[in-house]
Design a protein around this ligand. Structure first.
Ligand SMILES: *Cc1c(COP(=O)(O)O)cnc(C)c1O
Length: 491
């Protein structure tokens, strides 16, 4: 069975079920598969599989301590009727490139693809373990994970979820989506700070020995992409998109393609790298960053340096300086050198900076290209996509769309479209029309009129929903807040 080890201590070995339950390793590391070389996904088989068959095939190859039947059941629960289309992730044309539409799920962001299946993977895994504990899911969000996780876990038996979001760091619609969530096991809290603060809070709680020791009836877990159960379902759509291009004769089997990925926490693009490792013919993975371009600098120089200004941008889900999943990539690229990774992460904590060695950097640059897109270019991209290609794209997708124009080689470019444009109506509307409206709801309706596209149902009626959560705390109150919840669950 496949082993998953902590990036900071290789001796810490688990199988995928346990990795999914734990979320993060106790030493602060991220569980990562130590070897994927036994997997070679059969592209011909992909060609003739629908989304659910493909997901079952790929996920049961990776999570091989689950039975195929268990995975199949999780996949069926996740992807039946929850998405607008049975294709789950349709591929459409935009100019000479392609858009991989990942936003047709229950909350209109790509996070739904993985979060609709995570609760099922978690419950299935849990059946093999200690069933008496309650699972407490702590989630940091830059806007989209929060709502997708709340919808996925609400009313799931034996679980309780708290979502932390940056008070002034999410869009009006994102905030409303989260704060109107119903369910008897959900909790939403805003933090005075940014996403990195929220993520740091959650990580310190996982690493808190006192909490683990004192409250043995509660199992902490995570819905962020630090959880391998959240990351791996994202591998599936890379193969789906590839098969789609072959099927429609835009490329020949085994021709390579580029994927352009709007990146924040490095989860989505890491899933692309894993797809490449297990047989998806990928030339380059293009990491498209917004004004918070720490990753692009890193890919170009090998120096990761967060001693820089943090910006809030039109693409809030990418306003991140500490990209968690990069740790996994470096671990894989450095031949699983846990000591080295631990040193990098310690340096990041103490100096806000680390530099990788030349060999690792060369390996990184074999697969990844970094392209940075500023706010002005992002606006232009939305304008151009609509007026030249007749497509509405959201500001995150626009970052990738613009990057795709800066990266031209002989391969086809597939752009990951990570959110519905209606989720960020104001930015999209003002970019396209150069006029401003006061409210997101007005912008949403106007956008629908000019594009003749329907507003997704979950967003359409958002103003009529009751605000059920309205809590703000300071970052230093976070630990006590969590302990209070844990105490309630522990009794
Ligand atoms: C989360 C998110 C991203 C960034 O994805 P990562 O996996 O964190 O790199 C990009 N776009 C949207 C709309 C998102 O919600």
């Amino acid at each position: 069975m496949r082993k998953f080890v902590s990036t900071r201590n290789k001796e810490n070995v688990v199988f995928s079920k346990e990795a999914i339950i734990l979320g993060l390793a106790k030493d602060g590391g991220l569980y990562t598969p130590i070897d994927l070389s036994d997997i070679k996904i059969d592209l011909n088989k992909c060609l003739y599989s629908n989304y659910k068959e493909l997901a079952t095939y790929i996920l049961s190859s990776i999570f091989n301590d689950f039975t195929r039947e268990e995975i199949k059941s999780c996949v069926t629960h996740a992807y039946t009727k929850s998405f607008k289309t049975d294709e789950i992730t349709p591929l459409t044309k935009i100019g000479k490139d392609f858009l991989l539409e990942l936003y047709h799920g229950p909350t209109s962001a790509f996070k739904d693809v993985a979060l609709t299946i995570l609760p099922h993977l978690l419950s299935t895994a849990y059946k093999s373990y200690d069933k008496n504990k309650k699972i407490y899911i702590l989630t940091a969000t830059s806007g989209d994970t929060g709502k997708a996780a709340l919808e996925a876990f609400k009313n799931v038996e034996n679980t309780y979820i708290t979502v932390f979001y940056p008070k002034d760091g999410v869009s009006e619609i994102q905030e409303k989506q989260m704060n109107t969530t119903t369910g008897n096991n959900v909790d939403v809290v805003s933090i005075v700070g940014n996403f990195d603060d929220c993520q740091r809070l959650v990580k310190t709680i996982y690493e808190d020995k006192e909490i683990h020791d004192n409250y043995q009836n509660v199992q902490l877990s995570s819905a962020n992409s630090i959880n391998i159960g959240r990351l791996m379902p994202q591998v599936v759509y890379y193969f789906k998109a590839y098969s789609n291009l072959v099927k429609n004769r835009f490329i020949k089997m085994n021709d390579k393609v580029n994927f352009i990925v709007p990146t924040g926490n490095f989860g989505d693009i890491l899933a692309g790298y894993i797809a490449k490792l297990i047989g998806c013919p990928i030339n380059k993975l293009i990491c498209a960053s917004n004004k918070n371009n720490v990753l692009v600098d890193f890919i170009n120089t090998g120096v990761y340096d967060i001693n820089r200004q943090f910006y809030t941008t039109m693409s809030p889900s990418m306003d991140i300086l500490i990209s968690s999943n990069l740790e996994r990539l470096l671990f894989m690229l450095s031949d699983f050198d846990d000591k080295k990774i631990k040193q990098y992460m310690d340096d990041l904590k103490t100096k806000g900076k680390y530099e990788i060695d030349k060999e690792t950097l060369a390996k990184l640059q074999e697969s990844f290209v970094g392209i940075y897109v500023n706010e002005e270019e992002c606006i232009k991209a939305m304008h151009q996509a609509f007026h030249e290609n007749n497509r509405l794209i959201d500001p995150h997708t626009a970052i990738a769309y613009h990057a795709s124009h800066k990266y031209i080689d002989k391969h086809k470019n597939i752009i990951l479209a990570t959110a519905s444009p209606f989720k960020f109506s104001n930015s999209v509307f003002s970019s396209i029309t150069k006029t401003f409206v006061k409210s997101e709801i007005v912008a949403m309706n106007e956008l629908s009129k000019i594009s003749k596209e329907e507003i997704p149902l979950n967003l359409k009626n958002i103003n009529k929903l009751e605000i059920l959560h309205n809590k703000t705390i300071n970052i230093d109150e976070g630990r006590d807040y969590v302990i209070e919840r844990i105490k309630e669950l522990n009794d």
